[in-house]
Design a protein around this ligand. Sequence first.
Ligand code: AHR
Length: 520
Amino acid sequence: MTIPQLLHRLPAGLILLTLAATLRGQPATLVLHADQSGPVISRNLYGQFSEHLGACIYGGIWVGPDSPIPNTRGIRNDVVAALKALAVPQLRWPGGCFADEYHWKDGIGPRELRPKMINTHWGGVTESNAFGTHEFLDFCEQIGTEPYLCGNVGSGTVQEMMEWVEYLTSDADSPMANLRRKNGRAAPWKIKYFAVGNESWGCGGNMRPEYYADEFRRYNTFVKNYDRDNPIQRIAGGPNAEAYDWTDVLMKNAGRQMNGLSLHYYTLPSGSWSGQKGSATQFGENEYFSTLRNALRMEELVTKHSAIMDKYDPQKRVGLVIDEWGVWTDVEPGTNPGFLYQQNSLRDALVAALNLHIFQAHADRVKMANIAQMINVLQAMILTDQEKMLLTPTYHVFEMFRVHQDATSLPVELTSPDYQYGADKIPALSASASRDKAGVVHLSLVNVGSDKPVTLACVLAGVSAKAVTGRILTGAAATAHNTFDAPHTVEPAAFTGASLAGDKLSVTLPPMSVVVLTLQ
Ligand code: AHR
């Protein structure tokens, strides 16, 4: 929208405000259309991912029943309490690359009898299989999340996958259901989401899309609905980043058989897989800017993959499932390169908020997303060190954005000033709004600009709010992060930079900040 068009739309009082914003530089304006409504923002956009990788499972979730760290049946109590506060909708497990070499029968029965294996992808360490199907599903029940299991296509058999589904969900007098009973679980679990392989173009088997499409169709045939009242949603392994051909071939050949198609895209500070990716906490403005610019590529990827899906599925029956996303940096110095342990700064919080806004803007097609990963790996929610635990800036964004889960999206028209760095620029602001089931409107805002506050002049069309309250997440520097010695450096605080007058809202956003406003 041009400035004259915008001014034409705005009520007289707000024109003054807008001009004030415009005169200081580029305009910063927003029209929130609470008089219209978009698609429901599935809570599943707020999902997470836990892989047998580094200290995600062992140390992060599982310490074993004999550990001095307080636990319930071997699962850390502090981690469970922290995750319950996020209302995690679903959790993906056991991988990742690990899923395509995982044999589920090795992870059931008495723990002392379970065979070990080598985790070839992640550090070559010995996997004890102490955390298996029962332990994972116990963890899901403890935190109140839906399990999202990933089956082994790369090195497993159809029979193995079929039997896992029977073991999990059948209530019959059948070999696998009886084996489950023998292992201490009488009632079947309800499994809503099941992925048929992971990254089959790479670590999951180096397949071509035509071949995988056929493999998907074959394996998927045997993912049976033993529990007819709770049919399983089947997710096909989708493309890596801009591999549009993969999406095309999969949709063409197997679109009718799937409920979701996955997409993986990681934000690399350097933008390159070869060489250094960049440090999680030691970076200057150059890498800060490139990280945000690279994160914003998600918009293009989602738009283009969605357009291909539209060709084959105009009704949008098949969800785009972004089941691996997040910042991927170099590991922390001195840690095992195969464990992908990285710190998490204010920059990560901004990247998380930008991505969540993108997913919400595409809520008609994006039906699920899972950040990589939950604990101690990549862009984690939680870091642990023995008995210590801290919440990362990314955790706080997920907690602040909880209000959008299952709310109805509301269109926003945002005019943002640029954040210019050298010859390059990105929008400084990002916004998303929703109305929850109680009728309360929430507006989340991000200012990625590195040095200036931005005053945003908003018109609230169709909102009859009497008050605005808010919370902010920001810090002294983009590199600000929480440590075990100073775990509260970056955490949400009350926000006082918003004022409401009738249908006009003015918000002053500090640089590098995430704000969530409640209008009621
Ligand atoms: O999340 C780490 C790894 O990244 C996963 O195992 C794999 O699927 C992806 O390449």
